[in-house]
Design a protein around this ligand. Structure first.
Ligand code: SIN
Length: 328
């Protein structure tokens, strides 16, 4: 039997980072080329063939429309290529949840698509990059990984794109899942699936858009006034995600300004600045009266991705936006 062929799309991040010293803290993300990373893996004589395709060599804080479009096009093409068994994306961890969720919403399930990063640069003491990459290869080449949509592999753990988030700035086990936890445990020599796909449907929920609208996340803070909302409208924001206090709350003046935004045709989604938990409708804030949608289980970063896709698809009505956040 010939070796399975996996497409590896490189974007940079700490997994491709190099440190100024093996014991220091400072490093440059995206320094090491994808070709070098793949050659290091090839030297291990695994029974897979890796096809390296660099998309970018940047820290993921700079990822945006050009890289997202390139990733989407490459994966969509791979999905139609019978010679490719799966796709791996090497990516910085800071925005992994955004890219993974965006791709999950806009690609059919089917072929395994696995995003992987690292918390420590490749040449640091205790680097996690090679292990995470080996784990990603194991997941992407496993037939049981099919039909699960986009997954994120970090720290011997596999998460669904809809659940995953970065929950720590520097711990090696920085990723968590909410509302569902990991769907598999993986090591370079084992893979145990113990949960279903956690994905809505097997076909994409949204077409790939022509462009993404400007949608901002506004973090609520005690004592703030309405001017930040007015400023966002002033620069032409087409949607606002409020990262609110607790259950997605904000000072009265801010809620009133956001309700004005809704009346002006700018959809508003309430999420929470708290790390974990649901934001439900009409708990403390009267969403029905003010015209807001509640982000439910999605944190601000993922809520922004979903709102951008909704607006790009012409969906701005509060009821339809809420239905999408409810999973409809
Ligand atoms: C980045 O997101 O590119 C930097 C941080 C990381 O990859 O862990």
């Amino acid at each position: 039997m010939s070796a399975q062929r996996l497409l590896v799309l490189g974007t940079g991040g700490t997994i491709a980072g190099s440190a100024s010293s093996a014991t220091g803290q400072s490093y440059a993300a995206g320094d090491i080329t994808l070709e070098v990373m793949v050659a290091n893996i090839a030297a291990l004589d695994l029974e897979v063939e890796l096809v390296a395709r660099p998309i970018a060599q940047i820290g993921s804080q700079d990822i945006g429309w050009p890289q997202w479009s390139a990733l989407h096009a490459e994966i969509a093409a791979a999905q139609g290529d019978a010679d490719i068994a799966g796709v791996i994306i090497t990516h910085g961890t800071d925005t992994a949840e955004e890219t993974a969720f965006l791709l999950d919403l806009t690609l059919d399930a089917g072929m395994p698509v696995v995003m992987v990063g690292a918390m420590r640069p490749a040449d640091a003491v205790g680097s996690d990059g090679i292990r995470n990459l080996l784990n990603a290869i194991r997941v992407a080449s496993d037939p049981r990984a099919r039909d699960r949509g986009v997954m994120v592999v970090m720290g011997d753990t596999v998460f669904a794109a809809s659940d995953v988030r970065k929950a720590a700035t520097s711990n090696i086990d920085a990723f968590k899942g909410y509302p569902r936890g990991p769907i598999a445990r993986v090591t370079p020599s084992s893979l145990d699936w113990f949960a279903p796909a956690h994905r809505i449907g097997s076909t994409k929920r949204f077409p790939w858009p022509e462009a993404l609208p400007r949608v901002a996340i506004l973090t609520a803070g005690a004592g703030m006034d309405a001017m930040p909302v007015q400023a966002l409208l002033g620069i032409g924001c087409k949607g606002i995600v409020i990262a609110g206090m607790g259950q997605g709350n904000a000072p009265r003046v801010v809620l009133d300004a956001l309700a004005d935004a809704v009346r002006a045709g700018v959809p508003v989604v309430r999420s929470s600045r708290v790390d974990e938990g649901m934001v439900d409708r009409n708990v403390e804030v009267d969403d029905d009266a003010l015209g807001f949608a509640a982000a439910r289980a999605l944190g601000p970063a993922k809520a922004r991705v979903l709102l951008m896709l909704l607006i790009a698809s012409g969906i701005t009505d509060a009821g339809a936006v809420q239905a999408a956040f409810d999973g409809g």
